[in-house]
Design a protein around this ligand. Sequence first.
Ligand code: NAD
Ligand code: UDP
Ligand code: UDP
Length: 316
Amino acid sequence: MHLAPRIMVTGGAGFIGSFLCERLLDQGAEVLCVDNFFTGTRSNVAHLMDNPRFELMRHDVTFPLFVEVDQIYNMACPASPIHYQFDPVQTTKTSVHGAINMLGLAKRTKARILQASTSEVYGDPEIHPQEESYWGNVNPIGPRSCYDEGKRCAETLCFDYHRQHGVEIKVARIFNTYGPRMHPNDGRVVSNFIMQALRGEDITIYGDGSQTRSFCFVDDLVDGLIGLMNTDTGVTGPINLGNPGEFTIKELAELVIEMTGTSSKLVQKPLPQDDPRKRKPDITRARDTLGWEPQVKLRDGLEKTIAYFRELHAAG
Ligand code: NAD
Ligand code: UDP
Ligand code: UDP
């Protein structure tokens, strides 16, 4: 007999997924964490293993999965450019076949499903800030396309399973998120800058550093994801989840230098192809629908993230 909700988190051993598993367990749920450990690790969820309501399963979501659950958070997918471009065909398969399998599972079990989509569906945006009604400016054949188009197709599948089969869907468009347990070598800007600062290496700015991003601390994001999952049946999204505070990459570098007290210098490297010029979420819909907005300021979130990477660095 099951009294607690049974919640599956795919990609649950990853950065965001591991915080989500932790929070759902705190709320009393039974949590099934499904992960193929491509970028996630057992150590991200090691502290949950003793909890009798937690289960970890090695599985690749591109293959069918038959389990009985009440809710699905479909987070599985590498999220950093280095990792999603390592095997781009597998990235598209993870988003597309993964969504088909998880939506098929949701259809059979009548589970609710939340799809982790991304601000990358807006591509290099022509409107600023980005609101959900914007259809995006995405290159379909470039090096980022496996990620962007895979996620766009996953959104399409969600809405078609909803319209055609009545599956209860929630689509979250997640903007740049950072915090402890980010992979130190995944090439994302926050982890790169902090690791470079701690090692006393040059801080690598791609391009002139005038491109902008909006950085959301992982605790805030997890609040938003759980809030969205628990909205009324009619709410499907898509809903932007992110922090509207916008910073240039150069500003971020300077803040990391100041906060770590490093002697590292800024150096410029070529800007990767199709790198979006700017990005900032319009979160009106999330505010109105979920009563949600980020609470953690960049400086406070960076402090916690730097502390995590310091420990990792000290441990060698
Ligand atoms: P992450 O790489 O740390 O986590 C992804 C997890 O998915 C990893 O544990 C990985 O092993 C697992 N995974 C990958 N392919 C899989 C497969 N085929 N089957 C099973 N598991 C698989 O990344 P993250 O930052 O935690 O991102 C989680 C989700 O949020 C992703 O879907 C990502 O696209 C989305 N997202 C993240 C951000 C961000 O800034 N971190 C922004 C937008 C969207
Ligand atoms: N699927 C799954 N788990 C389930 C139910 C379905 O992995 O509990 C997979 C199934 O193998 C199929 C996909 O989800 O490949 C889509 O399922 P759907 O029922 O929509 O399609 P069909 O089985 O009719 O092709
Ligand atoms: N970036 C950078 N130096 C780095 C890593 C990234 O200047 O060492 C830039 C990158 O070109 C992009 C921004 O920082 O403009 C955010 O990059 P990230 O890969 O973290 O996320 P995304 O591009 O997917 O938003």
